[in-house]
Design a protein around this ligand. Structure first.
Ligand SMILES: *[C@@H]1O[C@H](CO)[C@@H](O)[C@H](O)[C@H]1NC(C)=O
Length: 186
């Protein structure tokens, strides 16, 4: 009798577990990552953005995969500000080098100016996103996207190799990512 009871109870337990398992939503697709999904869309829509760069950059910030889209916009802005600031310091350091032509120096100085403008545009955009002024934020983000282009154009127009190509490429991508996420916010 005892034995029967325990077999019966095991069977009941089995049924309970079975119903529990089968009533759960299918767990087949892994939890989708907001960073992965967002970067996939942005890279698909804009040839300037590389998927790997996008996901690596956003994931370098702790908590990005638990963030919502707005949080992700803030993260991309923070990264872009850091990039524009770093690019500005580099342009300033290069300007101190000797043997530079007047034209080359004027290019570096112009890059420094557009990076400084980009930093304030990016900061303004962050404040505007916080207060829900998304259209205004987009205007400032578009200006930030242009900054690295302006810097590169100076050197190109003079037939010179830009020393800022890598910085400009990174900054461009981060600004495009911030703009694309902001567009998705509404
Ligand atoms: C610019 O951003 C990229 C990607 O997040 C990063 O790898 C790089 O170190 C940043 N550069 C600066 C100067 O912050």
């Amino acid at each position: 009798m005892r034995r029967f009871t325990s077999v019966f109870l095991s069977f009941l337990l089995f049924l309970v577990l079975l119903s529990h398992v089968s009533s759960r939503p299918p767990a087949v697709p892994a939890r989708r990552s907001i960073v992965g999904e967002t970067c996939k869309q942005i890279a698909r829509d804009d040839p300037n953005v590389d998927f790997t760069f996008c996901s690596r950059s956003l994931r370098s910030v702790h908590g990005s995969d638990g963030a919502d889209l707005r949080g992700l916009a803030m993260i991309s802005l923070k990264l872009a500000v850091a990039n524009a600031t770093g690019a500005g310091s580099r342009a300033k350091a290069l300007l101190k080098g000797g043997g530079l032509s007047r034209y080359y120096k004027s290019c570096l100085a112009a890059c420094g100016d557009v990076y400084a403008d980009a930093v304030s545009d990016l900061r303004d955009a962050a404040g505007m996103i916080r207060s829900g002024r998304l259209v205004d934020a987009r205007v400032h983000l578009s200006a930030a996207v242009d900054a690295p282009v302006v810097c590169e154009d100076g050197f190109r127009d003079g037939g010179l190799a830009s020393p800022m190509t890598e910085e400009d490429g990174d900054l461009m991508q981060l600004a495009v990512i911030a703009l694309a996420i902001t567009v998705r916010l509404g």
